[in-house]
Design a protein around this ligand. Structure first.
Ligand code: GLU
Ligand code: ZN
Length: 289
C-alpha cells in the first residue's frame, strides 16, 4: 500500500508553497490508489499559532483535499517519542547535554552543513547540575546516502557533516527530527513528498530510522516556491495565506509548478472535475525528472 502524508506545522495559515507540497504528495498517493494522511506537526508548542491548525484543516477541505484516517496531532503523541528516546538511551546512543548555544559556538571549530558541529563536550565532561538537559544523538562516521526522486543522490557523513544533534530539547519538547521519524514509521508512510527546505534533514531521519529499526520511505523533495526577491515563502517573508475564492485558479497555478501534470489543462467548472483530471493525468516523479 502506498501511503503518503502532508504534515504542516501550525505556525500560520497555509501559503502557496505549502499548497504545492500538499498537491504533490496528494496526487502522488491518490493517483496510485494510495492513502494520504494529514498530520498536524504541533510538537513545537512554542511556535504554534492559536487557531492555525483549524484554519489549515479548513483550507485543505475548502480546496477539495480528502485525507484518509483520523488527523493526527504530534502534541498527542509524546508517549511514542519518549519510547523511542528511551530505546536510544538504552542502547547508549543518546546522551544529555547542558551546553548553552554560546558555549557550543565558542567551543566548536568545525562547521557542518548546518553551522557549528557540536564538539561532544557533554560526552567527555560531567553535565552541569540543576541545568535542564537536552538529549543528543551520538553520531558515528556513517555515510548515509539516499536517492531523492527530485534532487538525485544525497549523501552525508553523519559525524563530520551533521554532528550529534538534539532529539529532545532542554525545554522538554521532542525535536522535529525524532517526532517525524517516529510518526512516519508508526503511520506506515511509504512515500514522503515535501519541500526542498527539508532535504538536509533527511539523512538525519534515515539515520534515526536505522537506529530504531524502522524502514526508510521513498523521498521526493520538490523545489521551493520563491517570492519575487528569491526568498522561500513563509510566515517570516509574509507569504499571503491562500485565497478563499479563486480556488480553481489557485490550484491550477500550483499544478503549473509541478512537472508531473500537462501544462494545458482543460477548463474546469467544478473542483471535483479538476481533482479527477489531476489524478488521471499525474505522472510519477521518476518519469518526469
Ligand atoms: N512540519 C514540517 C513543515 O511544515 C514538514 C515536515 C515534513 O514534511 O517532514 O515544514
Ligand atoms: Zn553539551
Amino acid at each position: 500500500m502506498h501511503i503518503g502524508r502532508f504534515a504542516p506545522s501550525p505556525t500560520g495559515p497555509l501559503h502557496f508553497g505549502s499548497l504545492v507540497a500538499a498537491v504533490a504528495s496528494y496526487c502522488d498517493a491518490k493517483s496510485r490508489g494510495g492513502k494520504w494522511l494529514l498530520r498536524i506537526e504541533d510538537v513545537d508548542q512554542t511556535r504554534k499559532m492559536a487557531g492555525a491548525s483549524e484554519e489549515i484543516i479548513h483550507t485543505l477541505e475548502h480546496y477539495g483535499f480528502v485525507w484518509d484516517d483520523e488527523i493526527t496531532y504530534q502534541s498527542q503523541r509524546t508517549a511514542l517519542y519518549e519510547e523511542a528516546l528511551n530505546r536510544l538511551r538504552d542502547k547508549h546512543l543518546a546522551y544529555p547535554c547542558t551546553c548553552s548555544r554560546k558555549e557550543i559556538a565558542d567551543s566548536s571549530s568545525i562547521h557542518g552543513i548546518e553551522g557549528a558541529i557540536y564538539p561532544g563536550t557533554c560526552l567527555s565532561h560531567p553535565i552541569k547540575h540543576d541545568f535542564p538537559a537536552a538529549w543528543r544523538l551520538k553520531t558515528k562516521e556513517s555515510l548515509i546516502t539516499f536517492q531523492d526522486l527530485f534532487q538525485g543522490r544525497i549523501q552525508h557523513n553523519m559525524a563530520r557533516e551533521i554532528g550529534d544533534f538534539v532529539i529532545k530539547r532542554s525545554d522538554g519538547l521532542y525535536s522535529y527530527q525524532l517526532a517525524v521519524v517516529v510518526d512516519d514509521a508508526m503511520q506506515g508512510v511509504t512515500h514522503v513528498v515535501r519541500g526542498a527546505d527539508l532535504l538536509n534533514s533527511t539523512t538525519r531521519q534515515i539515520y534515526l530510522q536505522q537506529l530504531l529499526g524502522y524502514p526508510t520511505p521513498v523521498y521526493a523533495h520538490i523545489p521551493l516556491v520563491l517570492n519575487a526577491d528569491g526568498q522561500k515563502l513563509s510566515k517570516q517573508t509574509l507569504a499571503d495565506s491562500l485565497p478563499k475564492d479563486e480556488v480553481i485558479a489557485t490550484l491550477l497555478k500550483a499544478f503549473r509548478f509541478l512537472p508531473n501534470l500537462p501544462t494545458h489543462p482543460p477548463a474546469f467548472k467544478t473542483l471535483p472535475d479538476l481533482w479527477q483530471w489531476a489524478l488521471d493525468n499525474w505522472q510519477p516523479f521518476d518519469s518526469v525528472w
